[in-house]
Design a protein around this ligand. Structure first.
Ligand code: DP6
Length: 326
């Protein structure tokens, strides 16, 4: 096991959502997004290039990957090999420290960790912007996980950029994991389906820039109320565009709606808490730090909530040494 590199990257949750691709096939985004990187949800990935291997060997969460998950990894490895002028195949071992079967997105942290570990193992010294661009080509939300704290990915941009450090606001994220339904349609396919069939998709793309600008201004002014209001509107507009697709893309479940109601009830008691949902039924709640334990307890009480995770804002992707072990 010589020459391998290990990287850690954390998941990020979009406060202002990316949903939709720019024309072309470079995986550029149609709308700007703004995210928060989370300390508690991380992926650790080890990559080793070996001339003795005749194919890339990709192990994700203890199982050998095949089909599309493997192909997405190989395509990122191919891009980096081409850049380094190398041809050796790789062994990739990747583990999440959060429940993968929970339906929490792992592609953002996974591709950010892979881009960093693989480029380092090839001896490439990529800038954070170049790493972010490589990760974005694999999965656009992964561009944001290269950086810590609050991060933006502008529409059509090749790389994400940091906006504010992790401790910029006194907040944490409380995640309510709700009962999972049948396997949901993945983001890539879901956003294509929305673009092609939903009459609301154009309205979503047209209004995304001003919502993003409002959220970015509110963040930099440390105005949590306005940031929270634009965050909730962004997720609900994204889900409205999905609901108007044909057939409808319905990721929200009864438990999701109950958690949203509870968050609104907490707000009416003066607690700063704001929800967002991705391509799944779970609810991620941005909460003022002083209220984290009360919000976590309240959400844990909502029928249909199976588990509550709490995360601080987190750092960007980093190399952590050369051992494949955790
Ligand atoms: C709802 O980044 O997973 O989480 O670029 O096709 O890999 P691809 O999509 P992906 O989409 C994430 C969508 C989202 C919102 C967000 O993270 O901004």
């Amino acid at each position: 096991m010589s020459g391998g590199k290990t990287a850690i990257a954390r998941a990020n949750i979009a406060l202002i959502k990316y949903w939709g691709k720019a024309p072309g096939n470079e995986n550029l985004t149609a709308v700007p997004s703004l995210s928060l990187t989370l300390a508690a949800l991380s992926t650790r990935t080890h990559v080793r290039f070996d001339p003795a291997l005749d194919a890339d060997r990709v192990q994700l969460g203890g199982a050998l990957a095949e089909g599309r998950p493997r192909a997405r990894v190989v395509s990122l490895l191919d891009a980096l090999r081409a850049r380094a002028g190398r041809t050796e195949r790789a062994e990739v071992v990747s583990e999440n420290d959060f429940p993968t079967a929970s339906g929490l997105a792992s592609s953002a942290s996974g591709f950010a960790a892979l881009a960093l570990a693989a480029s380092a193992a090839l001896g490439l010294e990529l800038s954070p912007a170049e790493l972010s661009s490589q990760a974005r080509a694999a999965s656009a939300s992964a561009a944001r996980s290269v950086f810590g704290g609050y991060v933006e990915l502008l529409a059509g941009a090749r790389a994400a950029e940091p906006v504010a450090p992790p401790d910029f606001l006194d907040v944490a994220m409380v995640i309510a994991l709700t009962t999972l339904g049948p396997k949901a349609i993945g983001s890539t396919e879901g956003m294509r389906h929305t673009e092609v069939t939903s009459p609301y998709y154009r309205a979503w793309v047209a209004s995304a820039p001003s919502l993003f600008a409002e959220a970015r201004r509110a963040l930099l002014a440390r105005d949590l109320e306005t940031l929270g209001a634009s965050m909730e509107q962004s997720t609900l507009m994204m889900h409205a565009s999905m609901l108007a697709a044909r057939p409808a893309l319905v990721y929200l479940r009864d438990s999701t709606l109950r958690v949203m109601e509870r968050v609104r009830a907490l707000r009416s008691r003066g607690i700063a808490a704001f929800f967002t949902m991705d391509a799944g039924p779970h609810v991620k709640v941005l909460v003022e730090r002083a209220a984290v334990s009360i919000v976590a307890a309240e959400l844990g009480d909502v029928p249909g909530v199976e588990r509550v995770l709490v995360s601080e804002p987190g750092a960007g992707a980093e190399l952590v040494g050369d051992s494949p072990e955790a």
